[in-house]
Design a protein around this ligand. Structure first.
Ligand code: IVH
Length: 686
């Protein structure tokens, strides 16, 4: 080795075996101190000492790159930016939770559970805070973090592994002092951003003229879905894990045992987890959390009640949406009292006129609220809200703040507010559409164009950095942009005429606009602002059709074949594409060279070929082989049973091969597997 190593400097590098040993010791030490610091919050060494160990390991790895392991603490950052996030299936479905705010619903839930369990068996519940973060699946293979996947639609999500690797409280390798690592372990947790970090982060965004995030959850979700993991690494995030989705070779009798194992494998678990046997205990638990909620540095939106006995859970089963054995008991929305200084009218991108209360700023659950939508004239009339009134406002999750009621009428009360009869932006006569007031001048009203530009460039759409509310306003008012596609014709010289732009920022914005000319298909769909099509529908459409032209040409029946798309949505989508003016606007955007990316559609018409098990060392990564099998309609699991359709055995297969032979399950070698795939129209590149 020494002789072959061109970088070897005689007299400097230690003997390789000693170096390897030192690197291994450093890794173990760094992992341990990182765990003590980030998970247990009881550091044993100073940051400077930690950095010194870290630098020493970096030095060894730099001199001996063959020593680098994927789970080395030095490998948390530095992954190459991706072009797009891959969609991958979850090991086990990530269901939602049924939820309520009503104590009587909790009683009924308990009665249902008790009845299903039968006479004499008393339900025992696991109680946890309901963490308001971004849901994530963590998959460990042979104890090493193999992938991290967002919840997505519950069946498949986006692989954000390189981003999650940057989060220090996520072990890259399971701790195994207290219990061994299963071959395959899938866990579910929540990516959290602490409220204090969120506030700092938002303040910096606002300073830079960027759009702030609505909540710590949105901000955490945004950080996790970055294509460049160095951006994720620059945000302070944490992952709290609460559920074992699958653990190969390990069976837990109860959820409590599962959570204990999660703790032992080195994860942060929810604080103040508790158990209860009665509704009274559940209600008391929720009430006590409601009291401490405002003192926590992270958002919780209720508590989760889960049957502890996993056997009983299996007996109760799940609906397609949520398990029958769990319930989220949510807190009522946060409320504050403040004053309406003024009532303004805003025209949105769809032409709807919305009365907006401009409020005396007040902090509600960590976010400063200075305006609240008053929805429409009927709502305004019903609540009889007027300028100068003191009102109760509320904020539920990241929903736009609402005014609940008048607490105290203003002295010398103002006259009732009337909606204008003309659009405040373009002067067109407004029309009434049920309770809504609408400006009918769809393609001529500057406020609607401005709304479309903001929507087009928003974070979930084309994500054009530096193109927010104010700039959109300036572009429309100056006449530089007269239709959506005109955005692509804006020049740095034009921008420099606008307030707040200098040469550098003008070039940067033009570059940012042009950098988005090859958007992911889902983002492009969101950007178009098709009625009824939000983030998740857009992702489903993109996943199912794979190509913009196919979506545009799809019939209502074809659209409704996509799970989750009903008649209302299919009608909205086909109407949108049938509208001549929309066609013109889309044509103009595509004519500027915008090319939404196509992707392989996910096929749903596949037969269910059953579950295969992959074991031993294969010529490709196990996940790659599993994905190839899934793409032709199969499933992949970690343990062999009579239902297993076949086992693919690589080198050093171990106990799964023995079990397959014992049960008489077919065993294929890798070549046999590839041949089987090809028969089914699939393939695998080695
Ligand atoms: S249990 C299928 N426990 O809340 C049941 N979920 O609104 C497994 N969540 O999507 C979930 N804290 O991401 C569970 N302590 C907790 C939780 C929790 C937050 C999330 C979860 C779920 C969402 C439902």
């Amino acid at each position: 080795m020494t002789a072959r190593d061109p970088d070897h400097r005689p007299g400097r590098a230690a003997a390789p075996r000693a170096v390897a040993k030192e690197a291994e010791t450093l890794r173990a030490e760094l992992d341990r101190h990182s765990y003590l610091y980030h998970v247990e919050a009881r550091p044993q060494i100073s940051d400077a000492q930690f950095d010194e160990l870290f630098r020493r390991l970096q030095e060894l790895e730099r001199d001996h790159p063959d020593l680098i392991t994927p789970d080395s603490p030095t490998q948390r950052v530095g992954a190459e930016p991706l072009e797009k996030l891959e969609t991958v299936e979850h090991v086990a479905p990530m269901l939602s939770l049924d939820s309520t705010q009503d104590a009587n619903e909790v009683r009924r839930f308990h009665d249902r559970v008790a009845k299903l369990l039968g006479e004499g068996i008393e339900p025992r519940y696991m109680l946890q805070p309901k963490l308001d973060g971004a849901s994530i699946e963590l998959v460990y293979e042979q104890g090493v973090l193999a992938r991290a996947v967002t919840r997505g639609n519950g069946r498949a999500g986006e692989a954000v592994t390189m981003n999650v690797r940057t989060i220090a409280s996520v072990p890259l390798r399971l701790r195994t002092e207290a219990r061994p690592a299963p071959d395959l372990l899938a866990l579910r947790g929540e990516v959290m951003m602490y409220i204090s970090d969120f506030q700092n982060f938002n303040a910096r965004l606002v300073e830079r003229g960027a759009e702030p995030y609505a909540s710590p959850r949105n901000s955490a979700a945004g950080a996790v879905r970055q294509l460049d993991s160095s951006i994720t690494a620059s945000r302070r995030l944490d992952v709290i894990v609460y559920d074992v989705l699958a653990a190969d070779g390990t069976r837990f009798a109860t959820d409590s045992a599962g959570v204990q194992a999660i703790r032992e494998w080195g994860f942060k678990v929810p604080e103040r987890t508790s158990v209860a046997r009665s509704v009274e205990e559940i209600l008391a638990y929720q009430a006590s959390f409601a009291q401490v909620r405002d003192d926590l540095d992270y958002e919780i939106d209720g508590v989760v009640i889960k049957l502890d006995d996993l056997g009983a859970r299996a007996a109760m089963g799940t609906t397609s949406h949520h398990p029958r054995w769990a319930l989220a008991y949510k807190f009522p929305p946060r409320q504050e009292v403040t004053r309406i200084d003024k009532i303004d009218v805003q025209v949105g991108r769809t032409g709807v006129l919305t009365p907006v209360a401009l409020l005396r700023p007040v902090v509600v659950g960590g976010v400063t609220v200075s305006r609240a939508s008053l929805h429409n004239r009927e709502e305004l009339k019903r609540k009889d809200l007027r300028e100068g009134d003191t009102v109760r406002i509320q904020r539920a999750g990241d929903v736009i703040p609402q005014v609940v009621e008048v607490v105290e009428k203003g002295a010398h009360r103002a006259a009732p507010f009337e909606m204008p009869s003309e659009c405040p932006a373009c002067g067109s006569r407004v029309v009434e559409d049920g309770p809504r007031t609408v400006c009918p001048n769809r393609f001529g009203c500057p406020a609607q164009l401005k709304g479309r530009i903001v929507h087009f460039s928003a974070r979930d759409a084309l994500d054009i950095e530096g193109l927010g509310d104010e700039t959109a306003n300036l572009l429309v008012e100056s006449g530089f942009v007269r239709e959506l596609a005109g955005l692509f014709d804006v020049t740095p010289e034009q921008l420099m005429e606008l307030e707040g732009f200098a040469e550098k920022s003008a070039h940067a914005l033009v570059a940012a606009i042009h950098a988005r000319k090859v958007p992911e298909l889902a983002r492009f769909l969101i950007a178009l602002g098709i009625p009824e099509v939000g983030v998740s529908v857009a992702r489903d459409l993109a996943g199912q059709f794979g190509d913009f032209e196919r979506i545009r040409a799809a019939s209502r029946e074809e659209l409704e074949a996509v799970p989750g798309i009903g008649p209302r949505m299919s009608e909205a989508i086909t109407d949108f594409f049938a509208d001549a003016r929309n066609q013109g606007a889309i044509f103009a955007v595509l004519a500027r060279g915008v090319r939404p990316q196509s992707s392989e559609p996910v096929r749903t018409d596949l037969p269910d070929l059953g579950a295969a098990v992959f074991t031993g060392t294969l010529p490709v990564a196990r996940v790659v082989a599993e994905d190839a099998w899934r793409r032709v309609g199969g499933k992949a699991t970690g343990s062999v049973s009579k239902k297993t359709v076949f086992v693919v055995a690589g080198d050093d297969p171990g106990s799964k091969l023995e079990k397959a032979e014992k049960l008489g399950v077919e065993v294929l070698d890798f070549e046999g597997f590839v041949a089987r795939l090809r028969e089914l129209g699939g393939d695998l590149e080695v």
